[in-house]
Design a binder for this molecule. Structure first.
Ligand SMILES: Cc1cc2nc3c(=O)[nH]c(=O)nc-3n(C[C@H](O)[C@H](O)[C@H](O)COP(=O)(O)OP(=O)(O)OC[C@H]3O[C@@H](n4cnc5c(N)ncnc54)[C@H](O)[C@@H]3O)c2cc1C
Length: 385
C-alpha cells in the first residue's frame, strides 16, 4: 500500500473540480490537480482556459444556493443586460433581455480554487495517466503526474475527471463509447474602440452549425466561435471576422494576445453523451465497461461528463451542479457512490434534455429567421437615448 492514499483525487480544478473539492471539505482526504498555476496569476505563455466568462442566470442561482457571491476581483465591465442576436446571412437581428455577470475567467477559477482550502493542491501539474493497482482488497488508482519536469505518482481510491472537454479520465472510461459532438472553439481579442454593451450571438451556417459570439470585456472585445473541427476551422473563423465590421464591430485593432486562442468544446446532442463514471473493480490496467457498484472507481463531473448546454454552450451551472451532486453522492462514503450520483443528477440530465428540445428553433435557419421576424419577446433599443 502507498504511504499516502487519498480518498479522492480530482483531476482538473476548473469550476467543477474546484467546487467538488470545496464541497468535500475536510470530510475526505482530497487531492486537487490542475495543469494551470491556479495559486498565482497566469504568466504569458502559461495555459489558460479559453472562455466567454459570462455567468448566466442558472449559474448565478447555483452560486447563490452555495451561499456564495462573486467578489469584485473577478468582475469585469460592462455588465450585460441584453443579447444582440444576428442571423448574419439574412441580416435579421433582435435584442433580447438577459442578465449575465461578466467575469474574468482566470480570476474566477483562481477564486474558486482558493475556496477549496481542505484539499491538497497540485497546481501547474499535468495528469498523464491513471492506472488501476490491484493489491487484494485494497485496490486503488495510481495517478501519474508531471510537475516542474519531475514525474510524481499519487494514489487514490476514487479518481474524478473534472478535466473538461479533453478529459483523460473519460478517454480511459469509454475509449470507444458514445461521446458528445466536439467543436473547435476559437477566440480572439480586439481593442474595444466603440464597444457595444451587449452579448452578441451570431449565426451563420457557412461559419458553423453552432454559433459565434462577441463579448465586451473592459477595454477589449472578445470574438469567438464554436466551429466544426477540421483543417478549415481557422478559415471559417476568418470568414466570421470579415463579416462583423458590416454589423458595427470594429475589429481593426487586434489586442494582446495577438493570436487566436482555442480549445475544444463539447455539445451533448444525445442523452447517451452523458457519462457519470464507473465504480466496478477491474483487472489490473484493464477497465471493464459496466456501471455496477463498488468502492472507489472513476467518476466524471462538469464538461468531462458531458454536462454543458447543447443550445448555448453555457457550462458553469452544469459544472457547479454536477459537482454538488457528486459531493452529495460521496457524503455517505465511497461504497455505492455511482447509483447515488446517478440519482442526484437526474434533474441535470432532464435539464439537458430540455435544452436539446430547444436547439432546433435556434439552429435551423428557417425556424430561427421566423422567430427573429416575429419579434416575440424581443427588446426595443431606443435610438434616441
Ligand atoms: C470558448 C468557450 C467559451 C465558453 N464560454 C462560456 C461562458 O461564457 N459561460 C459559461 O457558462 N460557459 C462557457 N463555456 C463552457 C465552460 O467553459 C465549460 O463548460 C466549463 O468551464 C466546464 O467546467 P469544468 O470544470 O467541467 O471544465 P474546465 O473548465 O474545462 O476545467 C478543466 C480543468 O482541468 C484542467 N486539466 C485538463 N486536463 C488536465 C490534465 N491532463 N492535467 C491537469 N489538469 C488538466 C484544465 O486546466 C482546467 O482547469 C465556454 C466554453 C468555451 C470552450
Amino acid at each position: 500500500m502507498p504511504s499516502l492514499l487519498y480518498d479522492v483525487a480530482i483531476l482538473g480544478a476548473g469550476p467543477a473540480g474546484a467546487t467538488l473539492a470545496r464541497l468535500l471539505g475536510g470530510k475526505m482526504r482530497v487531492l486537487l490537480v490542475d495543469r494551470r498555476p491556479l495559486d498565482r496569476d497566469p504568466a504569458p505563455g502559461q495555459p489558460i482556459k479559453s472562455c466567454g466568462g459570462l455567468v448566466a442566470p442558472d449559474a448565478q442561482q447555483a452560486i447563490a444556493q452555495f451561499g456564495l457571491g462573486l467578489p469584485d476581483s473577478v468582475l469585469v465591465g460592462p455588465q450585460l443586460f441584453a443579447v444582440r442576436t444576428i442571423d448574419l446571412p439574412s441580416r435579421q437581428e433582435r435584442f433580447y433581455q438577459r442578465f449575465y455577470i461578466n467575469v474574468d475567467r482566470e480570476r474566477l477559477d483562481r477564486w474558486l480554487a482558493g475556496l477549496a482550502t481542505h484539499a491538497e493542491p497540485r497546481f501547474g501539474c499535468v495528469a498523464r495517466g491513471v492506472e488501476r493497482i490491484e493489491t487484494g482488497a485494497d485496490a486503488h488508482y495510481a495517478i501519474h503526474l508531471r510537475q516542474d519536469g519531475r514525474d510524481i505518482v499519487e494514489h487514490a481510491r476514487l479518481v474524478v475527471g473534472a478535466d473538461g472537454a479533453e478529459s483523460l479520465v473519460r478517454r480511459l472510461l469509454a475509449p470507444q463509447g458514445p461521446a458528445p459532438r466536439r467543436y473547435a472553439a476559437i477566440q480572439r481579442w480586439f481593442e474595444a474602440r466603440d464597444p457595444q454593451p451587449f452579448f452578441s450571438a451570431l449565426f451563420d451556417p457557412a461559419v458553423t452549425d453552432f454559433y459565434a459570439w462577441c463579448i465586451p470585456k473592459g477595454d477589449r472585445l472578445l470574438v469567438g466561435a464554436a466551429l466544426p473541427p477540421g483543417r478549415d476551422a481557422h478559415a471559417r473563423f476568418d470568414r466570421l471576422l470579415a463579416e462583423l465590421p458590416a454589423f458595427g464591430y470594429d475589429l481593426s485593432h487586434p489586442a494582446s494576445p495577438g493570436r487566436p486562442e482555442g480549445c475544444s468544446l463539447l455539445r451533448p446532442l444525445s442523452p447517451h453523451d452523458v457519462r457519470l463514471g464507473q465504480a466496478a473493480p477491474h483487472e489490473s490496467g484493464v477497465l471493464r465497461a459496466h456501471d455496477d457498484g463498488g468502492e472507489g472507481g472513476l467518476a466524471l463531473v462538469g464538461e468531462a461528463a458531458g454536462f454543458v448546454s447543447p443550445s448555448s454552450a453555457e457550462g458553469f451551472s452544469y459544472a457547479y451542479r454536477s459537482a454538488l451532486a457528486l459531493s452529495r453522492a460521496l457524503a455517505p462514503g465511497l461504497d455505492g457512490w455511482l447509483p447515488r450520483y446517478r440519482a442526484a443528477t437526474a434533474d441535470l440530465r432532464a435539464n439537458l434534455a430540455g435544452k436539446r428540445l430547444k436547439t432546433p428553433v435556434m439552429y435551423q435557419p428557417a425556424l430561427r429567421r421566423l422567430a427573429l421576424r416575429s419579434g416575440l419577446k424581443s427588446l426595443e433599443i431606443h435610438e434616441d437615448c
